[in-house]
Design a protein around this ligand. Structure first.
Ligand SMILES: [Zn+2]
Length: 54
């Protein structure tokens, strides 16, 4: 597994494993009454998660 530092382009952190989720893994972004939210595919879990803001 190749790990590249992408801290400057992280969409947030995975609520499951705590790893940074890069923006290129974002699947969808949407607005909610609480602000912006998104779904992304975590490269570590290899599953769709809801990234937490860093
Ligand atoms: Zn994860």
């Amino acid at each position: 597994m190749i790990s590249v530092s992408t801290s400057s382009s992280a969409a947030g952190t995975c609520p499951r494993c705590g790893e940074a989720v890069p923006t290129h893994r974002l699947l969808i972004e949407y607005e909610t009454t609480d602000g912006r939210s998104a779904f992304a595919e975590c490269p570590t879990c290899d599953d769709v998660v809801h990234p937490e803001p860093a």
